[in-house]
Ligand binder design. Sequence first.
Ligand code: ENP
Length: 266
Amino acid sequence: KWKGEGTTQNLESIVIGRCYDYIRIVNPAVGEKNCSQIWEAFKSAFINKNPCSILPKDYELFINLTLHTIPPNKSLFWENNQLLVNSFADRGRRYMSLGDTLFGFVADFLYWCGQADSPGLDYESCPTTTECENNAVDSFWRMASITYAQHSSGVIHVLLNGSADGGAYPQPGFFADYEIPNLQKDKISQIVIWVVDDIEGPDIDSCGVNTVRTLETRLKTLGYDVTCTDNNKSAPAAQRGPISSDRGGSWNKLICDLPCESKDIW
Ligand code: ENP
């Protein structure tokens, strides 16, 4: 009956399994967490409820149970380049994007929703954002984004896609609407924006123009120290290879320009 994808099969096992993966292998520094209780808290946010009446605060208990420190200088915000961010952040080893926190990690790439008068999950379909904004998934990411922004500190990085339709800095967007307003100014020393085009994609947006300019102005007006760096398409994407070969495409070029501990991921 809804237009969106239904609940991911085996949701409970996935969430609990990812939780153990995270606390035991990905980031044991978070310490002991109760993964069954985390699942119960997650589920209680949307179970037995109208799937269009889920609010961010319904995930409050889930967030309290999963919350952990986000190391200073490790936050990585982004729009429209999730897969690049996933590889670049390296599961928290290089940067800790929202998807590399325990609360983001357990839900990444999943779909879920309940039903008004049944304790069951709806595996057939779930509401999309256009059908209703207060759906279980969108409200979850709103709550997660707010929490992530509030706990970010030091140098903040933002990785934007210069080839995205409509611009690198989308408005509305999670970064614009839920993250920027929740950054704690006194804990943040600098905001570094990176604008990276898709390999062989159009160069729609860059530092100082279009939506990136809007973003830079907004952040400066808020009193942040802002820098912006564009990727530089120095070589054909087809020649992408090890960084040492000096034939990097645009992603490579970005990576080369960054202060990475290891440059071997491409
Ligand atoms: P999209 O539309 O490129 O990608 C959405 C996909 O990323 C979905 O598969 C979603 O999982 C997963 N995801 C991971 N983190 C987020 C997230 N944080 N979020 C929404 N989806 C997320 O992403 P958006 O909408 O532009 O969001 C990017 C935002 O994430 C940025 O603000 C960045 O700073 C933040 P699922 O479970 O929905 O399939 C916030 C909102 O980290």
